[in-house]
Each structure stands twice: as structure tokens, then as C-alpha cells.
Design a protein around this ligand. Structure first.
Ligand SMILES: [Zn+2]
Length: 352
């Protein structure tokens, strides 16, 4: 429910430079160097999802290796054959690249869950001694020359040795701990989705613009192999989900329900299919309390009332609105949770 904009973390770089880096990173990660023609690798890695079709896929296969026509139907073999590395092995490299180069905050498919990556450099440990005493088994193993057995031994010795002896015994690992603090680790709060399913076009599974960070639920539970129309692909130019529909609150007998109305009729089928596939209405109705609370406040504090309070207190109308309805409603970031829902409904209630 949110367009995916390629916001670069490094403001001194251009998107062309990042694309170049991506080609380098993938090239370095490939075991099989059968791709003699670097220009074809570039084309595969940078082609946009709206051009990914049978024709283009077949064209790449033909250009990659004319003798492998007979492999066309054995799609799963294709990728390894050309690139020499399973996608699962390249995946951490690609994730790291996307985390390091692009800023993103909200799941573009649902607009409900945050997606992000963060750097962690064990900064919650004051010093090596604190680390030795309080670190987890996993963290200990991140130190050079500490394997599973050694980590277990350290954990055991924490309680059996006197602190002084304990620290002395493992003091040799202090330099490795310091190095680790200087070299932060990336952690991801997202999954990478293949916009065009990799089973359909194996060669496009490492195409930069075919990979998008989304929440776990959207990727695994709802989208699966569902093929998105161009108008609902978050990184496509023709994306219509922000302007093509409007959330609204409907009264059904004694209760209220969040629903939506279509604005652009030409894409209505794709939008309706999308809303069903991602279970958007069901998922949004789990947040009905936010909308009902806004409704209650809007009824209590209309414009006349707010103006009156403003005159009495000297607080500006804008500030009062933020205090009553929340900053996220009055001046919310489009990349915040449920932004479109709050924005659409607030307009209906006369808050915005
Ligand atoms: Zn999502």
C-alpha cells in the first residue's frame, strides 16, 4: 500500500553508481564464471519487473548459451547452470547489499508492518569484561577463534570460576571483541520478495529491481506465487494503490467496519484482486480501534470547538490538532504504519 522509492543511504552516490556496485557484488559472488559477456549480466541484473516476460527470459537464455536450448523447460537447473551458485547462497549477499544501500521503513505491500535493517556493534556492552559476563552463546561465537565448544566452556566457567580468574583466562579474546565493535553486523527485519516469482523466471531472481523488502506475513503467508499486475507493483512507475483507492468506515447494523472505495476504474480488477490476495481489509480491521478513536475525537472536537479552545488558551489550531488527534495523524510520515488508512479516514472525518 506504499510506493517503494529507492532512497539511497549514501547521499553522495547516484543510483547508477549503486547499480554498478550491485553488478560487481554479484559478479564477485558467482562461482561459475560462464558469463563471458558482462553486458548480459548487467542487463539481467538491472531489468525492471514490467519487462520480465517469457520473451525476454528466453532471449537471455539464448544469448547466455546457445547450446542449452534444451534446458529451457528445466527451469530450476537454469540458474545454477549459468550462475554456478544457488540463489540461497547469494541471498545473504543480496540482502546485505540492499540493507547497506537503500533506506526503507514500511512494508510496501501492506503498509502495516515496519521493514528495516539495523547495524549492531555490541554497543550495549560497556567493555570486554561486561561482554564476557553477559553475552549470549551466539555472540561469543562471533569472536575469532571461539567455536561452539569454547563458547559453551565460557558460559560454564562464568559461574564456576572466580571473576578475576575467569577474566584472566579469556583475556586473549579482548582484541577480537574490540574488532567486532568496530565492524557492525547488519540485521534484517524483513524478507526479500521476488516480485516476479523465481519459479517462473529463474534468471530474474537476482535482478535488483525484482527484489523488494517486505514483511514476513505478506511474503510468506499471503503473496506466495501470486503474480502482481504492473499497476500494483510497488516499484513500478504505474503504481496506483496510493491514489486508486480510498479507505472508509462503513456502518453495518450496530457495528463499524473498515472498507475501501475504488477511485480509478481502469485498474479496479487488479486492485480488488490485490486487496483479496493480501487480505488487506481483514488485516486493517484488526486496527479498527484506531479509527473509532479518531471518530470519537472528531465528533467531540470539531473545527469550531478547536478554534474556541485555541482562542482561550493561545495554543495554535495546528498544535491543538496534533495534541488531540496525534502527530501521526496531523503530520504523519507516509512511511509510517497504516498511514493511508489514517489519512483517508481523517479526511472523511474533517480532521484534515
Ligand atoms: Zn506487509
Amino acid at each position: 500500500m506504499r510506493k517503494f522509492n529507492y532512497i539511497l543511504k549514501d547521499k553522495t552516490k547516484t543510483i547508477k553508481e549503486v547499480e554498478r556496485d550491485y553488478i560487481k557484488v554479484i559478479n564477485a559472488g558467482l562461482i561459475n564464471k560462464k558469463i563471458a559477456d558482462a553486458s548480459i549480466l548487467k542487463e539481467i541484473l538491472l531489468c525492471p519487473p514490467n519487462t520480465m516476460n517469457d520473451e525476454l527470459h528466453l532471449d537471455f537464455i539464448k544469448r547466455l548459451r546457445p547450446i542449452t536450448y534444451n534446458l529451457v523447460d528445466k527451469k530450476f537447473i537454469l540458474f545454477d547452470f549459468f550462475f554456478g551458485k544457488e540463489y540461497s547462497q547469494l541471498q545473504p549477499i543480496i540482502s546485505k547489499f540492499i540493507s547497506e544501500n537503500f533506506s526503507f521503513k514500511i512494508c510496501p505491500y501492506c503498509g502495516i508492518d515496519y521493514v528495516n535493517s539495523f547495524k549492531e556493534c555490541l554497543s550495549y556492552y560497556m567493555n570486554f569484561s561486561d561482554f564476557l559476563i553477559n553475552s549470549t552463546h551466539k555472540e561469543l561465537k562471533r569472536l575469532k577463534r571461539i567455536g561452539d565448544g569454547k563458547a559453551k566452556e565460557i558460559l560454564l566457567n562464568r559461574s564456576s570460576l572466580a571473576q578475576k580468574d575467569f577474566e584472566k583466562k579469556y583475556s586473549k579474546y579482548e582484541s577480537s571483541f574490540k574488532q567486532l565493535k568496530l565492524k557492525p553486523q547488519f540485521h534484517n527485519h524483513y524478507t526479500l520478495d521476488h516480485i516476479i516469482p523465481k519459479a517462473k523466471y529463474p534468471l530474474f531472481q537476482i535482478s535488483l529491481y525484482n527484489l523488494i523488502p517486505v514483511c514476513y506475513s505478506c511474503n510468506t503467508k499471503f503473496k506466495g506465487e501470486y503474480e502482481l499486475e504492473n499497476c500494483v507493483i510497488p516499484n513500478s512507475d504505474g503504481y496506483v494503490l496510493e491514489s486508486g483507492l480510498k479507505f472508509c468506515l462503513l456502518k453495518e447494523e450496530d457495528s463499524f467496519k473498515i472498507n475501501y472505495k475504488l477511485i480509478h476504474s481502469s485498474d479496479s480488477k487488479s486492485i480488488n484482486d490485490y486487496m483479496k490476495e493480501f487480505k488487506i481489509i481483514g488485516r486493517y480491521n484488526e486496527h479498527l480501534d484506531i479509527v473509532l478513536s479518531l471518530k470519537e475525537k472528531a465528533e467531540k472536537y470539531n473545527d469550531v470547538k478547536i478554534l474556541e479552545i485555541s482562542r482561550q488558551t493561545g495554543i495554535s489550531v495546528e498544535e491543538l490538532k496534533e495534541m488531540i488527534f496525534g502527530v501521526d495523524v496531523i503530520n504523519g510520515e507516509p512511511d509510517s504504519q497504516l498511514f493511508k488508512l489514517k489519512n483517508d479516514i481523517s479526511k472523511d472525518f474533517g480532521i484534515l
